[in-house]
Design a protein around this ligand. Structure first.
Ligand code: GLU
Ligand code: MG
Length: 478
């Protein structure tokens, strides 16, 4: 149940009540401090005593600061300190000194966006909010990923385009044995009802946590790999979709930990298993008209729909370091794992990096799935960049190649083009993209590239086995 900022609408139900539903922003229009003052009594009434404020680094890790909820007014106004060096943290937490952000000085303020506030764990009294970083002067920080996503969402909206997005989260639950090998925690076959039943208490606890946080979800079930599960989050604005991904990941981690298991969002946990994807679903409308269906073009695309698919397809290699940020991401991207490593699009084709899903009889609009992405992506950077590519594609339309049906690895007369085979090749494409350089701004673009180079250096010379093991429980290290 959603909770508003006014006392009369408090759910009063600490175990089942959520802090607030997405989009329900009762204190809208008020200054953050006034919003916070408005919210505080309800938070306390629900037993929420602490607030975790998070942001996602260039490298895709979620970092947090915790504050007493009693300080909400002050924190909403001025934020909490966070060092800019955090965007130089690598996949295992180490700071590669060659990055320009790897310096001990400077500070920023991480300010919670109260519209994202929700319960993280009602039992232990923790709430959660997404934060944005500002300079000490209160001005937006040029490298802040969530502000970047917000700007592009606004840009598209000013051009009459409404974007909806939703992530699918795949993860594995397991334990690491003394020899360091990964052992699945829940038995059962691919998509198996047996795994559903074996893990029923776990999935029920997770569903309860999601509902408690007002995190709308569409599907929750076993995936193909051993000990693997999948959660599909309901579509929302890009900012909200990225927030939901962050919050959902934390809830999955929390519930897994309660069951005594490790959960891994690593793109590849073991060389023998399939990978974990973090697929991004997108739909766009102009004045209520869907761009990806009901049109005169191929597969029912509108002319604008064709242009945006063509533009995304063209820019995919450059987008890849934002969609797949770890060295091990590229070990997942092998043909035959449904990780979609080909630079093609197709209708309902699970090996195409861009999969068009036509409108369903049940009324779900046609949408596009960026199937290649994994959970090392910073969702704010990825969505912001995708929106920038959409905008450029509509400004300068290019012809759309034919869709690929069947296995792109066995196309008539050869194989379809592969996406970059490693992080170094993908980073080179990212660095060469004038479009992304302009969309991100020089400094955000170059520091993200620096972070990818640090990851490339970390992985240098590692055999597959060692590389996979080094991020086996990602993002948990140690
Ligand atoms: N696990 C696959 C991946 O790595 C995706 C499977 C599917 O949902 O089609 O992306
Ligand atoms: Mg899946």
């Amino acid at each position: 149940m959603a909770m508003s900022g006014s006392g009369s609408e408090t759910s009063g139900d600490i175990t089942g009540g959520a802090v607030r539903g997405p989009g329900a922003i009762p204190a809208q229009g008020l200054e953050p401090a006034a919003q916070a003052a408005d919210l505080l009594p309800n938070l306390l009434e629900q037993g929420l005593r602490r607030l975790a404020i998070t942001f996602v680094t260039h490298g895709g890790a979620v970092l947090a600061k915790g504050v007493p909820v009693q300080r909400l007014v002050q924190v909403a106004r001025a934020g909490v300190g966070f060092s800019p060096v955090s965007d130089a943290f690598g996949a295992t937490g180490a700071i590669d000194p060659l990055q320009s952000l790897a310096r001990p000085d400077g500070d920023l303020r991480l300010v919670p966006d109260l519209s994202s506030l929700r319960a993280l764990d009602l039992t232990s009294g923790w709430a959660w909010a997404a934060g944005e970083r500002r300079g000490l002067d209160g001005q937006p920080y040029a490298l802040d990923q969530r502000s970047f996503c917000r700007r592009w969402q606004q840009t598209l909206s000013h051009q009459g385009l409404e974007t909806l997005a939703g992530f699918e989260i795949e993860w594995m639950v397991g334990r690491t044995s003394p020899d360091g090998a990964w052992r699945p925690a829940v038995p059962g076959g691919p998509y198996g009802a047996d795994r559903l039943v074996e893990g029923l208490d776990y999935l029920a606890a997770l569903a309860e946590a999601l509902d408690g946080a007002s995190l709308d979800w569409l599907q929750l079930h076993p995936e193909y790999g051993a000990g693997q599960f999948e959660l599909s989050l309901a579509p929302a604005t890009p900012l909200e979709a990225a927030d939901r991904l962050v919050a959902a990941r934390l809830l999955i981690q929390r519930v897994s930990e309660r069951f005594g298991w490790r959960c891994s969002f690593s793109p590849l946990v073991s060389p023998e298993l399939v990978g974990n994807g973090g697929h991004l679903h997108l739909s766009l409308q102009r004045q209520g008209r869907h761009l990806l269906g009901g049109g005169p073009g191929v597969a029912g695309l509108t002319r604008e729909g064709e242009a945006l698919v063509a533009g995304l397809l063209q820019e995919l290699p450059a987008l890849l370091p934002l969609a797949c940020a770890l060295g091990v991401s590229y070990r997942r991207l092998a043909p035959g794992r449904w990780a979609a490593p080909f630079q093609v699009w197709g209708v309902e084709n699970r090996e195409a990096a861009l999969r068009l899903i036509p409108a369903s009889a049940a009324g779900e609009p046609a949408h596009l799935e960026l199937k290649v992405s994994d959970l090392s992506a910073n969702p704010y950077l990825l969505l912001g960049a995708v929106m920038a590519v959409v905008e450029a594609s509509l400004q300068t339309p290019r012809p759309l190649p034919a869709p690929v049906s069947g296995d792109p690895g066995r196309k008539d007369g050869g194989t379809a083009p592969r996406l970059p085979l490693d992080l170094a090749a993908a980073t080179a494409a990212f660095e060469a993209s004038a479009l992304l350089r302009q969309a991100l701004g020089e400094r955000l673009h170059s520091t993200v590239a620096e972070a990818r180079h640090a990851e490339i250096r970390r992985c240098e010379g590692m055999e597959d086995q060692a590389l996979i093991a080094s991020t086996c429980c990602w993002p948990v290290v140690g």
